[in-house]
Write a protein that binds this ligand. Sequence first.
Ligand code: FAD
Length: 435
Amino acid sequence: MKYDLTVVGAGPGGCMAARKAARDGLKVLIVEKAREAGTITRFCSRLLRLGSGGFSSGKPVTDIKLHRATCTVEIGPPGEHIIHMNTLPDDADIAYSGELAPVFNESWVAPTGASFDRHAGGRDFEGFVVDKEELLRGLLHEAADAGCEIRSGTRCLAIEDTDDSVELRVKTGSGGEETIRSKRAIVSDGSFSPLIDQLGFNEDRGESRGRIKFMSFILDRADVPFKNPRLRCSQSSLHSGFLNFGPWPPGLWEISCSASVASPVKLPDILNQFLTDSAFSHWFEGARIVGKQACNMDLRRPVRDAARGNVICVGDNAAYAETAIKGALGCGYKAAEATVFALDGKDGNGHYNEYWTHAFNFFSPQYSKRSRRLPTIPSALNDEQTDILYRWLKDNEIYGPPADVLPDNRDRLVDELPEIFAKFFGKLGSGEQAA
Ligand SMILES: Cc1cc2nc3c(=O)[nH]c(=O)nc-3n(C[C@H](O)[C@H](O)[C@H](O)COP(=O)(O)OP(=O)(O)OC[C@H]3O[C@@H](n4cnc5c(N)ncnc54)[C@H](O)[C@@H]3O)c2cc1C
């Protein structure tokens, strides 16, 4: 057999897996459907969040033992940074040659400009926004240097796990089809994967809790009254979700918004109005839209045993809802390590499944309970109430994401802002989940 391992998909999970496996001496092929591996069209805000806080709740998880996939960044001269994967050995380090945009805090902003923050100190690092394409190209370059074969413009159409190998049917850039056999496969093809469905991995996942659509515009300039910001703006009269703003290296800015796929809301219209006719539009005077990205997200439970037979599912295809870049990198590394173990006759699948089920908050019932969704602030409050809530949080020096600070301060909210309390928790106890 020509290959020990075929990797499907050159996102963070696949690139990391291919590099590690090739460096460990396996004969590796990576196939990527994009014409040029390392280019991205699927929307991602690209923030490498430091620490182990989750998207919605920043609190540590205590009900399961976690060795969460986290990272730190060693800043070198321009173009010579190191991304260090905290729970993994040094050979997981990534030399990153792109630009880093530091984000010092995350702030929620009302139409009046009133705001509250995730962290108490304006100098607390939230993380760095990276040039994700540069990150992937660097990993692919190193994978190729270690002997990995890269086939871009090659889409995997079908996959079958047989007793002693994996067969992949692929469509090449020229339109032809071919079958590739390898001893094992790592499938890292991102959300909505038909391949892991074919292999039966989705059978224990239950129904999706819904789908969310996202859209972002990339801007060439912006002038916001916050330093190194990542902002979640609300203007309920414009949109019932947040209007997000952040840096987009190299040197650009991103605005984005989201809504349920079931909603008739047209996200491009919302973003255009945010830019030109909103409480925030003075930030964007003279800005040009230089790019657009979009994607959907599936709120589906994670696959429990992501390694079975000769296949390991890596990253977003097996996750609720997203593993984030650092999580997918961690999964890719561990999946390659597990592949080497399996080819040596050891329990590689057990090794991966142990990592997978302990590397993410979403396997913690405590985290899931905390991140049960309250109504979003812009969907619950009008512009005036948003202003009152944000000023109250700021004046009382309360910090954190809404999913933490609102439930944690229920008693004070009842007493001090009863009208706002009722908007979030009013129906609790009547059988309706506030989440
Ligand atoms: C709205 C949104 C915002 C986000 N913001 C952030 C953020 O700020 N920070 C962060 O860390 N994470 C963020 N994420 C999550 C992050 O984008 C993903 O978790 C991460 O990219 C997952 O990596 P992956 O390798 O599993 O999959 P992907 O990055 O999706 O890569 C999959 C690759 O497989 C290829 N592929 C798919 N099908 C095939 C096929 N059949 N054959 C060949 N190739 C195929 C695709 O072209 C792609 O290159 C965000 C996600 C969303 C939806």
